[in-house]
Design a protein around this ligand. Structure first.
Ligand code: IP8
Length: 284
């Protein structure tokens, strides 16, 4: 269109690949979750290198780890506004700022590798109304993807129109993306953790836990899960994760749970190469 050259450029970009992967890097992988403000630098750098090497179109989500959960717990942010908690609103903003700091560390590493990323704050694009997420504009994310910029979102605080607030976990953000992205098709969601996936007691009796390599989403409720040790987690741990996983599967999106500590597993998963992990399948 004469006089509007950017429209041509947009057209060109829009014709490109419309499939994306969503990758979550768990907070307990990236940080020492029980020691406030501690980044596991080698693991973060290695994970970022694998993402850069894979050259796939994706949205990256990261968890809170020791930058989010201890502060959120200290001020009981998940429970919403409570005037009996001293400085709770200040604690809410401190939690957000702490997550920003962690996110900035990640962003800087990508930019040092000349890899274009854009930090998008969940607290600016999502809001709750009586505890239900009511607003979600995906346009910024989709336009960033059009421009081949990798959007990075992270567990954050979320405000509630009824005069309260809570925490939005990385898993909840993923579910919202799965529900609301319109111009992109999510081919797969990868959750990167510190174990190969879900460990279950096969015969439900002798505590002999085995890796569930394949698991149908509608069987998730009936699994006897291994207790892999509880760290500070204000957003529900593995049980909370499975709840989101089921809802993501309802959108017909396959899920892989992988061990981010294993050599090149993030790269291999992004490239659909075979690895030991849990694949959550959808029954047709
Ligand atoms: O680690 C929690 O996100 P998650 C974010 O994905 C905060 O559960 C601020 C605790």
């Amino acid at each position: 269109m004469p006089g509007k050259p950017w429209l041509d450029k947009r057209e060109l970009i829009l014709n490109k690949n419309k499939n994306i992967i969503i990758l979550k890097l768990g907070g307990s992988l990236l940080t020492d979750k029980n020691k406030p403000f501690s980044i596991r630098e080698d693991i973060v750098k290695d994970s970022i290198q694998q993402i850069v090497d894979a050259e796939e179109k994706l949205i990256l989500i990261h968890g809170g780890g020791s930058y989010g959960h201890p502060l959120a717990k200290k001020y009981s942010i998940v429970k919403g506004i409570d005037s009996t908690i001293p400085n709770q609103v200040l604690g809410l903003t401190e939690t957000h700022q702490s997550m920003n700091k962690f996110n900035s560390y990640m962003i800087k590493l990508f930019l040092e590798k000349k890899f274009p990323v854009l930090s998008i704050q969940a607290s600016s694009i999502f809001i709750k109304d009586s505890n239900e997420i009511s607003t979600s504009s995906m346009e910024v994310i989709e336009t960033a993807l059009d421009l081949n910029i990798m959007p990075i979102l992270y567990g954050d605080i979320i405000l509630d129109k009824q005069g309260s607030f809570s925490i939005i976990s990385g898993d909840q953000i993923i579910l919202e993306l799965c529900k609301n992205l319109e111009r992109y098709r999510i081919s797969k969601v990868i959750f990167t953790m510190e174990t190969e996936g879900i460990y279950v007691d096969d015969d439900q009796s002798n505590n002999d836990y085995k890796l569930a390599t394949e698991c149908y989403s509608d069987d998730l409720d009936n699994l006897k899960l291994a207790d892999l040790g509880q760290k500070i987690d204000v957003t529900g741990g593995i049980k909370g994760k499975l709840n989101f996983i089921k809802q993501i599967c309802d959108k017909n999106i396959p899920i892989q749970l992988i061990n981010g500590l294993k050599d090149e597993y993030i790269y291999k998963s992004l490239k659909n190469q075979e690895i030991d992990c849990t694949n959550i399948l959808i029954r047709r």
